[in-house]
Design a protein around this ligand. Structure first.
Ligand code: ADP
Ligand code: MG
Length: 327
């Protein structure tokens, strides 16, 4: 009898502390998000996931250039006209974006947005745009012309027709912020996966590390590698989702702001970093910088690693990476 009581005690105490992963998939920021949280029951799991969703929606409202009511749209509308007062959060994000531009010699540039009119990655484009048009589009691009006033909290785009956009760091930033919020609410472990931009914390309930699957860029339905990841971010930028084929050359949706032409040669870049925002920005940058320069820059950054796959299927990784590829 005593023994049975003890067993029952153990079971109920076990249940009290039992933690399980709960996952939900939804569309946010125009992309697929998979949010996983470790919680004690589905009700708690749902509450946590709702918190993360609200945080991501809040960020989307602040920085989407599609939404005419966002502060970003307000900045773009006033390009060449006047500085616009914005939240400190947006100002800081823009400042960090400019920091990445400096680090990458302008390969990364949030003012790339005016080039978007030339290149369409939805299948509607069949011929190369005229060289003169491409050149003209770059004339509005340049992080030097984004003027921040930290005291007045304003952002001014100097040139008329200039635009900024967070296509290359927004999802990473949202993943970081959702993670930060959930940690502050006591969530012990989870994964925020924004279409391959992911940030994890803690471990799986069985004590094992979370594993991330990296898509095989040669066949997007296959996994190329499974890597363990603890408390950090991993982001993959690939040209297998958004691209255009013209005269048998595949052009990705990542554009070199200095030439106006899409990057070619690389088909997938995976970056590991403490934060998804940095990893996201760097993954995009490496596409533009190419293998040699890209790898060189990555190796100079502490706690940052990368894996690059080129269009011949060659894999290049930074020094500390060990890959166990899946056959
Ligand atoms: P994905 O959204 O597929 O994960 P990225 O994070 O690499 O890919 O972001 C690509 C997006 O970033 C493009 O769709 C565009 O909005 C924007 N972009 C393209 N080229 C650049 C660039 N050189 N610098 C900054 N942003 C860019
Ligand atoms: Mg990116």
């Amino acid at each position: 009898m005593k023994k049975l009581f003890l067993i029952l005690m153990i079971i109920s105490v076990g249940q009290l502390f039992a933690q399980e992963p709960f996952k939900r998939t939804m569309k946010l920021m125009g992309s697929r998000f998979d949010i996983t949280v470790v919680a004690k029951d589905p009700v708690e799991g749902d509450e946590y996931i709702d918190l993360a969703i609200n945080e991501i929606k809040r960020i989307e409202n602040l920085m989407s250039s599609w939404n005419p009511d966002s502060q970003t749209s307000e900045i773009n509308r006033n390009a060449g006209i006047k500085p616009v007062k914005v939240d400190a959060e947006l100002l800081n994000l823009i400042q960090r974006g400019i920091g990445i531009s400096k680090l990458t010699d302008g390969a990364f540039d949030i003012s790339y947005a005016s080039m978007d009119k030339i290149w369409k990655f939805d299948g509607s484009m069949t011929t190369m745009p005229k060289d003169a048009m491409v050149k003209a589009s770059v004339s509005k691009v340049g992080y030097h012309n984004i003027i921040l006033d930290k005291d007045k909290h304003t952002v001014f785009l100097k040139l008329t027709g200039m635009k900024i956009g967070f296509g290359a760091i927004g999802k990473g930033y949202a993943a970081d912020k959702a993670k930060e919020l959930l940690i502050s609410k006591g969530v012990v472990a989870g994964i925020i996966n924004a279409s391959g931009d992911m940030n994890t914390w803690g471990k799986q309930p069985d004590g094992k590390e979370w594993k991330v699957a990296i898509t095989n860029p040669m066949d997007k339905n296959k996994v190329f590698a499974l890597l363990p990841i603890t408390n950090g971010a991993v982001v993959t930028s690939g040209n297998y989702e958004k691209y255009v084929n013209i005269n048998d050359v595949r052009y990705t949706h990542i554009i070199d702001p200095r030439s106006g032409y899409p990057a070619t040669g690389i088909i997938s870049v995976t970056v590991f970093a403490p934060k998804a925002e940095l990893a996201d920005a760097l993954a995009t940058s490496v596409f533009v910088m190419g293998i040699e320069v890209g790898l060189n820059r990555i190796e100079q950054l502490p706690q940052v690693e990368c894996i690059i796959i080129d269009d011949k299927g060659n894999i290049t990784a930074s020094k500390n990476i060990e890959i166990n590829t899946i056959e």
